[in-house]
Design a protein around this ligand. Structure first.
Ligand SMILES: [Zn+2]
Length: 497
């Protein structure tokens, strides 16, 4: 059973999709007026985790993410640069998709653009006019909050201060001002506009998401996500518009992720403390570690971004990747052990249980790290077989469809050899071109040569050199070749003095 914290009800609830086996997911996409910063990607990574986990649990996920390419901010930006809206937004759209791919975020099924869905928005406004929820003032249409008693249910805002008939035109506004909001903004000097049945103008921000979600997912769908900043007014207004127009419930589960902060402050453009994905990668070019960092704090907790935290994520990821490599690339003896099957079953259960509990990523990662610890012990005890390795490898690949960060590292030959040697999988690489061609040596000397080879494999060169010197003192000179070690008899050097 999967449980999610539903902002609408304010509690964790069992997740039951409308159609068995299928999840319809809408996530608010970028407003393309600037380069998205890492705080924005925290939300997109959370949504990616959600989607990948649902797929992991066997659901087919239909995922729609809009692109807001017209609103107050995009218009302001385009005008400031003296370019048309499309030219202005396109470079941010391109950068957004590049970052999405860099962070290994699965693409949505569709990325509808607001400017390409004006007729759908006009249709909803017309419905709202017909049903008496919308009224016209100076060529603009507004949603009358007083007509929609459920208003405020998502954000739990206090409606007492609501003064019917007071209007707000801005796409974003503060909680203190609960006003009727603009559905359609009348044509204005210096703004793009469309000639439509409800007059010339352009959409408000909120109607964009109502129109694009219902077009691709239907009037009622399963999950709607965004950042906590979206709860009010954006999502509250989406609910009002959609439910007033359709007369049906809009969304069953609302999931919101919390802020990303930097040095204790919320990251936002107005504070000037934002940092983009390419800017981070210029300092540390490890996208998988960045993804792990953004992933590994629970989505309803504040995430503190720092380069120190990124270093820690990188170290953790190296540990995982080395382990994955050890499992994938080292040849273990044939067979399987019962204990590894048990360790795996436990890890699988904890991983699923963790993420099923409102995407508790800490529990899920603990399941992985416990697995690593236990399997490492099994390997060190030579209690680990080839079929165990295959199963662990399969498990890692399977959970990586959710995490999307693991790349097994092929260890250096020496490390692998050491491991093989410790497991007695292969005879030590000691030996030796063709022993018959070389002078006879004692069993004790041969043993020394083998111990020197072990020391070399373990990179204990001091010990290796010491043994070589001892043999030289006995008149045996060693020579390392690609076929193994060779030796020849030389005069025993005289001791000094
Ligand atoms: Zn939206």
């Amino acid at each position: 059973m999967i449980n999610f914290f539903n902002t609408l009800t304010g509690k964790k609830e069992a997740f039951v999709p409308i159609n068995a086996g299928e999840v319809k997911l809408y996530t608010c996409g970028p407003t393309v007026y600037d380069f998205a910063h890492v705080g924005n990607f925290r939300a997109y990574i959370f949504e990616d985790l959600l989607k990948r986990f649902l797929q992991f649990m066997g659901y087919k996920v239909v995922h729609i993410m809009n692109i807001t390419d017209i609103d107050d901010k995009t218009i302001r930006g385009a005008n400031a640069q003296g370019v048309d809206l499309n030219t202005y937004t396109q470079k941010y759209i391109d950068a957004f998709f590049k970052d999405i791919d860099t962070l290994n975020i699965l693409r949505a099924d569709t990325y509808p653009r607001a400017t390409e869905h004006i007729p759908e928005m006009v249709a909803i406004v017309k419905q709202l006019i017909q049903k008496g929820y919308a009224y016209k003032k100076d060529g603009s249409y507004y949603f009358s909050i007083a007509k929609f008693p459920a208003y405020g249910r998502l954000s739990k805002i206090n409606l007492e201060e609501l003064q019917p008939g007071q209007r707000v035109d801005a796409d974003e506004y503060e909680k203190e001002t609960v006003h009727d909001f603009a559905l359609w903004k009348a044509k204005k000097e210096g703004e793009p506009f469309w000639e439509t049945e409800i007059g010339p103008g352009r959409p408000g921000w909120h109607i964009e998401c109502s129109a694009m979600s219902s077009k691709y997912l239907g009037e009622t769908f399963d999950i709607h996500c965004g950042g906590v900043d979206n709860i009010f007014p954006h999502h509250e207004n989406e609910i009002a518009q959609s439910e007033a127009a359709s007369g049906k419930k809009f969304v069953d589960y609302w999931l919101h992720c919390h802020h990303l902060i930097r040095d204790g402050e919320k990251m936002s453009k107005s504070r000037g403390n934002t940092i983009t994905i390419p800017e981070i990668l210029k300092v540390k070019n490890n996208p998988a570690a960045l993804r792990l960092l953004l992933l590994s704090t629970h989505y309803r907790k504040t995430l503190n971004f720092s380069f120190q935290a990124l270093d820690q994520a990188e170290t953790a990821l190296e540990r995982i990747n080395e382990f994955a490599g050890k499992v994938k690339y080292v040849p273990y003896p044939e067979g399987e052990t019962s204990q590894v099957a048990r360790i795996l079953a436990e890890a699988d259960q904890w991983f699923r249980a963790g993420l099923s509990d409102d995407l508790n990523i800490s529990k899920a990662m603990t399941a992985l790290f416990n697995l690593i610890k236990k399997v490492d012990v099994a390997i060190a005890r030579a209690d680990f077989k080839s079929q165990d390795a295959q199963k662990v490898d399969l498990f890692i690949r399977s959970i990586n469809t959710v995490l999307g960060v693991i790349t097994p590292i092929k260890s250096e030959t020496a490390v692998v050899d050491t491991l093989r040697h410790k497991l007695n999988l292969i005879p030590p690489r000691v030996i030796v071109a063709d022993e018959t061609e070389m002078p006879k040596i004692t069993a004790q000397q041969k043993d020394k040569i083998e111990r020197r080879q072990e020391a070399r494999a373990e990179k204990d060169f001091a010990k290796a050199d010491q043994i070589r010197d001892e043999l030289a003192a006995e008149g045996i000179l060693l020579e390392d070749t690609k076929d193994g070690v060779r030796w020849k008899a030389v005069p025993i050097p005289k001791k000094p003095g």
